[in-house]
Design a protein around this ligand. Sequence first.
Ligand SMILES: *Cc1c(COP(=O)(O)O)cnc(C)c1O
Length: 398
Amino acid sequence: MSKRGKSTEQIHHAYQPPSGWGAVPVPIYKASTVLFPDTAALHQPRSREKVTYRYGLQGTPSSLTLAARVATLEQAQHCILVPSGLAAITLPSMAMLKPGDEVLLPDNVYGQNRYVTTGLLSRLGITHQFYDPLDAAGFERLLNERTRLVWLEAAGSITMEFPDLLGLLRACKARGVSTAMDNTWGAGMAFNAFELAPGLGVDISMQALTKFASGGADVLMGAVCTRDARLHRRLDEMYEFLGYGVGQNDVEAVLRGLPSLPLRYRAQEAAALELATWMQQQPAVARVLHPALPGSPGHAYWKQVSTGGSSCLFSAVFKPGYCAAQVDAFVDALTCFGIGYSWAGPMSLAVPYDLTHSRDLPLPWSPQEGGTLVRFAIGLEELEDLRADLAQALAVLG
Ligand SMILES: *Cc1c(COP(=O)(O)O)cnc(C)c1O
């Protein structure tokens, strides 16, 4: 063969991983094109049963390694990686529902899940109802012949009620209704979503790897896990329809975050519990919402299924005497807490919420009992610095 040009030579340069390369990090493989050895291989249909590399969108050895590790974290058998936590919500809803079906969501569901359901799914002729996650009997009455999917979230967003998971799951199981859990808060640490009691668990668990798995506040990614091979195939088919894929630089970042996830989770959880307990004693605060605190809504349900974990979030409801502008001034006075969304990164965050227009059911407190709510996400700063910062900002409230 005649000598090829420089570019051809480079592009067709043979590559073999160095033998004896025993480094711990997973090599990062990137591809859109995946070459077939010959046309016979090209003509073979794709198998959903075993890994065959046909195109970059279906994953690379790096992303499949990350998927396998997240499946292990969640005690699942299968895992699909998608480009955000929100994509990990849309995927199961789109895979499990068709026009005429109904989906049930807890009233404290993550806001974007509510938005996908009321915005996108209803446009497709899929109806929905919101349920009280603390009332399994009331929930059971909402189940009907059109209910195909029930979303669960533990703990729920912002108001942090921990659902009666066992009661809700028993009702779903009795009627053969599929269940999907937003497990971002638990992150595979707080409980085993697939085995909450002997023989009782969710069908699908998704989490925003954006949060604890990454830990760096620098990546967006989601995971959809199952134990059931048939369900996985159904999710995998929708994954192909939607063209979801993850960037391999992001895969690298999450692979790097996973080994320290348990340590970070335990450290942030301990600090959050300590600060939540302290906030509860402050005169300006009507109540603190944190599933591990006795008196917080759903605390007993959290104890039923917990393997000890309680994540890094809590919300403080200020006394009704403080108006929203005063509570905003408190948040603005914080110096260790950033103002922004997402959580479980190194920096602590605080966000005030007005829930009056974002819920269908009544809040767990009346306007006479509590006013504006601030959701805190505890990061990795020194605990005493965070406590001192909260104290000086509370002084602003007077
Ligand atoms: C952040 C979050 C998501 C969405 O994750 P993104 O990667 O930001 O899309 C979903 N559910 C919960 C509970 C979250 O906190």
